[in-house]
Design a protein around this ligand. Structure first.
Ligand SMILES: [Zn+2]
Length: 307
């Protein structure tokens, strides 16, 4: 299968953080430990460079949602990403879940991240998009959309339209425009979900990012891409540098989380290569362009039940 020029443009995105930025794992949750863990065993540069090579090989541009904390410590990495012509977005500064913050704390955190990423790039780079740590914009935290607009961002990629451990938001599937609590509009690129599997095992779930992509065989990932494409919806891939790192440090955590954090890491590189070969990929900003241009015509609904 080779990509065909008429095929939908799908969104390729990476959340740039280190192996110890896993949420709710006691051993690594204290940011005071991060400098030591980073000095001992950081993998963010090595595996982001691998991601840059894979994008190059696949002739695809992507969005890199960079954690401000990483930009501050690895400015040369931010420069390499920007110099390679990829889109840069923010993944916050401290990797805290949005629903645990007040609007003021969230605003300070995002402003801090924007300053750190711009300083890292060493020049003016457009930063238009945000992805929340753990897709943590949940019902009740819609104020975050207004904070993003107030800080000059133009789109969000934080909603996850299925229930999950740390997030979940019953939004429309696929790119859409939502209305914020202050009555403004914001283009949204939610994570992709699709019915995966056959018969009684068929389930609407994420198939194209993180642990889901690592766990599912390529045939089921393709089933998800095909099913969403038939409905005219682009697939969104999201991966982290640690998703490619079979040699990454392992932290102790409950068995079900351990499985989800580390299953299939050795196969991620091949799965991404295959997706890049089979389909057309671009940065989130480009996939959302028609919705960004449509501006004031909100097409999103925020009240569908979570499936
Ligand atoms: Zn993250």
């Amino acid at each position: 299968m080779a990509p065909d020029n008429r095929e939908l443009l799908h969104a390729l995105s990476f959340d740039i953080e280190d192996w110890f930025h896993i949420v709710e794992v006691k051993a690594v949750e204290d940011p005071a430990q991060w400098p030591r863990l980073s000095a001992e065993s950081s993998l963010v540069e090595r595996y982001t460079d691998l991601i840059l090579r894979l994008c190059d090989e696949g002739k695809a541009k992507a969005t890199f949602f960079i954690l401000g904390w990483i930009a501050e410590r690895h400015p040369a990495l931010v420069k390499r990403i920007a110099d390679a012509g990829h889109e840069i977005g923010t993944h916050s500064f401290w990797h805290r879940k949005v629903y645990e913050l007040t609007p003021e704390e969230f605003s300070r955190d995002i402003a801090h991240s924007l300053a750190a990423i711009r300083a890292g790039a060493g020049r003016e780079v457009p930063i238009e998009g945000f992805r929340a740590p753990s897709f943590s914009i949940t019902p009740g935290t819609e104020w975050a959309f207004d904070v993003l607009l107030d800080l000059g961002l133009t789109y969000d990629a934080s909603l996850f339209p299925a229930s999950r451990g740390h997030g979940g938001y019953a939004c429309a599937r696929g790119p859409h425009v939502l209305r914020t609590p202050k009555g403004r509009t914001l283009p949204e690129l939610p994570m992709s979900v699709a019915p995966i599997g056959m018969g009684p095992l068929r389930k609407t779930m994420c198939y194209s990012g993180g642990g889901y992509l690592r766990l599912l065989p390529p045939s089921l990932i393709e089933q998800g891409v095909a099913s969403e494409s038939r409905a005219g919806r682009s697939t969104v891939v999201y991966l982290h540098p640690r998703d490619f790192a079979p040699d990454g440090p392992r932290v102790r955590m409950p068995p079900h989380r351990y499985f989800k954090c580390y299953v299939g890491v050795a196969g991620t590189e091949d799965k991404l290569r295959r997706l890049l070969r089979n389909h057309r990929w671009g940065p989130c900003r480009e996939v959302l362009d028609p919705w960004i241009r449509s501006g004031d015509r909100p097409g999103g609904v925020l009240s569908e039940p979570i499936q």
